[in-house]
Design a protein around this ligand. Structure first.
Ligand SMILES: C[S@@+](CC[C@H](N)C(=O)[O-])C[C@H]1O[C@@H](n2cnc3c(N)ncnc32)[C@H](O)[C@@H]1O
Length: 186
């Protein structure tokens, strides 16, 4: 994971006026009321997600594109990362940021209107959600492949949900965090 962070420096995913703060371990504004997440939070979430080369990953709340590019490094050229961002201006800017890293298997775009995630592009081995849900988003659980893992903050608590081959799930909890809200519609 350290190699991914070294290959994808945060500074390339910040607006010009925030770049001098890139080394600060705190969320930084990226406009539209949204943030580039705190680096230790991103590292903790990626640790929980346990991403392997070749996996298909959904990145919900891709924002600046930083997590999408980090995931692209982790899955490598045999994998796929689908980054989704609800705010059109951020989705466009994030896509440009990701494209600078020459990881064509990792992309960022807007989700289909009214759809949470990308059920048409699943199932996914891993799903990362960088916005806070008020309840477990079952439509994302359904987009997991067998033995797939979803990491999502729900009412401030970080959840890791593993979906088993029979469709049942196991959930464990990993501390408390503050996030912007996961929105259903724009
Ligand atoms: C903490 S921010 C950005 C995190 C991003 N990974 C980064 O480090 O830049 C979370 C983003 O989730 C987006 N968001 C909220 N609800 C969403 C949804 N249903 N689908 C896609 N993006 C969503 C927000 O617009 C916001 O930009």
């Amino acid at each position: 994971m350290a190699a991914a962070f070294a290959a994808v420096p945060r500074i390339g995913f910040l607006p010009a006026h925030q770049r001098r703060f890139a080394a600060d371990d705190r969320p930084l504004g990226i406009g539209h009321g949204q943030t580039n997440s705190q680096p230790t939070t991103v590292a903790n979430m990626l640790e929980l997600l346990d991403v392997h080369p070749g996996q298909r990953v959904l990145d919900v709340g891709a924002g600046s594109g930083w997590t999408t590019a980090l995931l692209g490094e982790l899955v490598g050229p045999t994998g796929r990362v689908v980054g989704l961002e609800l705010v059109p201006e951020l989705a466009h800017w994030g896509a440009v940021n990701v494209s600078r890293h020459h990881l064509p298997w990792a992309t960022e775009a807007e989700p289909a209107p009214g759809v949470l995630g990308a059920p048409d592009q699943g199932p996914f081995d891993r799903i990362l959600v960088s916005a806070e849900a008020d309840e477990l988003p079952t439509d994302l659980v359904e987009q997991l492949a067998p033995e797939g893992i979803l990491v999502v903050p729900v009412r401030g608590r970080m959840l890791r949900v593993r979906r088993h081959a029979d469709g049942s799930t196991t959930t464990d909890h990993h501390g408390w965090y503050s996030f912007v809200p996961l929105l259903r519609h724009r």
